[in-house]
Design a protein around this ligand. Sequence first.
Ligand code: UT7
Length: 336
Amino acid sequence: MSSTKIKAKISGTGMHVPPKVVSNFDLEKIMDTTDEWIRQRSGIETRHHVEGQGTADLAYEATLKALESAKCTAKDLDLIILSTLSADHMFPGSSALLQHKLGLETTPAMDLRAQCSGFLYALNVAKAFIESGIYKRILVIGAETHSPVLDFTTRGRDVAVLFGDGAGAVVVEAAGPQDSKSSVGNIVLHSQGQFADRLWIERPGTSGGTWFTEQHRAEGRQYPYMEGRYVFKHAVERLIEVTNEILEKEGLGLGDIDHFLFHQANIRINEKVAEMMKIPLEKCPSNIQKYGNCSAASIPMLLDEVVRSGRVKRGDKLLMAAFGAGFTWAAGVVQF
Ligand code: UT7
């Protein structure tokens, strides 16, 4: 008796950003920063900010586009996995809100928290469900609404200028016999919680038996805190390491990869990784210039852009890698 292994493939992509564009010059007007500093240190020129929308709203718009491109409807989904660090509420998850917006009755939905690596974590969960035969079609989303939680005074400038709002979605489904070229390959995941306090939003939160006090507010602990240089150094090292790890696991060389989709945290991080690994920059598309760092949404947003622009074609081999708070990091190979 021969059993054929079920493979998972990405059948559709979508992305959405809210219409309001905020330039570096806009930020110059509200805090002590300059367009030059932001561009030189990060590569960012603009980002999009919500005006009343929440994470599930952005996820919904991206989902509609992904469903259309996968030629299916929300009712065809067996599971929703939404990765975010900026959920609409402490609970329930934004995935539940999205499920309702999509008009679904009892389709299971869950949030996944792995910060900037969240999309790759979620993609791996989806792949495992599909390959095991438990589900056939899964919506995987990365969605973030950072702007309401940023400190737009000079105190918060080192972080506030970097992040943007947006969502990216993919439909992952069991590949049919005609899909011999398309599959989600290996994905490797890592985390190192000892560095949790190097990049975090500490409050509100349950640790230490208090939720949110006046002192927390006065100290600004409700805003993201990042040790920028420390995170930068780790990001470069881990991204190189995990890129080599996934290539080895797949039995591939750098030259076998058509496009490297790195997390969009800082253009300098990706340029450094490319330089040290000798990856041609033409193989590393980026959109951080327009959108800033959209955490879990960055990779699926970039994927949708390169697919829709025709830069990525069916059958192309993509290597995706991300690093973020936790610390978490991950990499995967997808044959699109
Ligand atoms: O997505 C999760 C992963 N995140 C990342 O990977 C981000 C990693 N870190 C970074 O991208 C960079 O460290 C930053 C872009 C955050 C900062 O760049 P940097 O070259 O490491 O600058 P720095 O933090 O060492 O700050 C240099 C100077 C400081 O002033 P002094 O002490 O030299 O006088 C800062 O106070 O720049 C100052 N500064 C700013 N100046 C103008 C910090 N933020 C700003 C700002 N505008 N927005």
